[in-house]
Design a binder for this molecule. Structure first.
Ligand SMILES: Nc1ncnc2c1ncn2[C@@H]1O[C@H](COP(=O)(O)OP(=O)(O)OP(=O)(O)O)[C@@H](O)[C@H]1O
Ligand SMILES: [Mg+2]
Length: 244
């Protein structure tokens, strides 16, 4: 991927070749500016690559997007402030043509329950905490049952405690359905806790330095964070990240 710069083009991603197995949870780590968000945007067909292509289940990402198989969660929840939590989750269903208001409401309620926001259906985003808003955004992204969820630093703005709660919730959601996740994060420990594999990127131009399988994926036990395997893998990832 190259962008036109001032006078000369900027090469942002080079020689990217990556296979993401269905139903896996894969994280992408790398320093700021190495092209993680750009990679997610290319995969989800928000922008077209300068060269190369994306295939998902044998489809182009354009066809895949047209079938609404992607879900997207950004760093900021990006909710409509004038709509309640319930209405924010309902909106994609409405756009997709689910005509019955009662069915939409029921579905949206179910999803808010899944992210443990029962009782907050009628709250506006401004009346919710950052973690709650992010949970609404996750419920919204799941509303039309995506097969492939792309998450770009979704918990970056949360405190450690809330972030850890969100990890266990996300693991439960992932386990409860058939879902492939590509998750961008700055936190190695977050990547390790959630993923099957971790893609380590190098900067300028963005490349894939290594794809690291996680030794004990998704134990969903906070105590794992203190284990020797965990420390060893963090060390391994640190070394890969800082290698010149
Ligand atoms: N539309 C664009 N036009 C020109 N350059 C761009 C554009 N989008 C991204 N870039 C450049 O591409 C590089 C990678 O950006 P990207 O947002 O993908 O990085 P990132 O890895 O997500 O960083 P961060 O961790 O800070 O979010 C940056 O140098 C950025 O300036
Ligand atoms: Mg980014």
């Amino acid at each position: 991927m190259s962008f036109p710069g001032n006078g000369r083009q900027v090469d942002v991603l080079e020689d990217i070749s990556l296979t993401i197995p269905r139903d896996q949870f894969v994280s992408v780590v790398g320093r700021s500016g190495c092209g993680k968000s750009t990679l997610l945007r290319i995969i989800s067909n928000l922008i077209a690559p300068s060269r190369g292509n994306v295939r998902i289940n044998g489809m182009s990402s354009e066809d895949y997007q047209r079938r609404r198989k992607f879900g997207f969660v950004f760093q900021e929840a990006c909710l409509f402030p004038w709509k309640t939590a319930l209405q924010n989750v309902e909106l994609p269903l409405e756009i997709m043509g689910m005509k019955s208001t009662s069915k939409r409401r029921e579905r949206a309620r179910e999803l808010l329950g899944l992210v443990r926001l029962d009782g907050f259906e009628d709250h506006y985003p401004a009346q919710l905490s950052g973690g709650m808003r992010q949970r609404v955004a996750i419920a919204r992204a799941l509303s039309y049952e995506p097969e492939f969820l792309l998450m770009d630093e979704p918990f970056g703005a949360l405190d450690d405690f809330t972030r850890r709660e969100m990890h266990d919730e996300l693991i439960n959601i992932w386990k409860s359905r058939s879902l492939t996740v590509l998750f961008v994060t700055h936190s190695l420990s977050e990547a390790l806790y959630l993923s099957d594999q971790i893609v380590v990127m190098a900067p300028r131009p963005g490349r894939i330095r290594a794809v690291v399988p996680v030794i004990e994926p998704r134990v969903a036990d906070p105590a794992i964070r203190a284990s020797a395997n965990y420390a060893r893998q963090i060390q391994q990832l640190e070394t890969l990240l800082h290698e010149q």
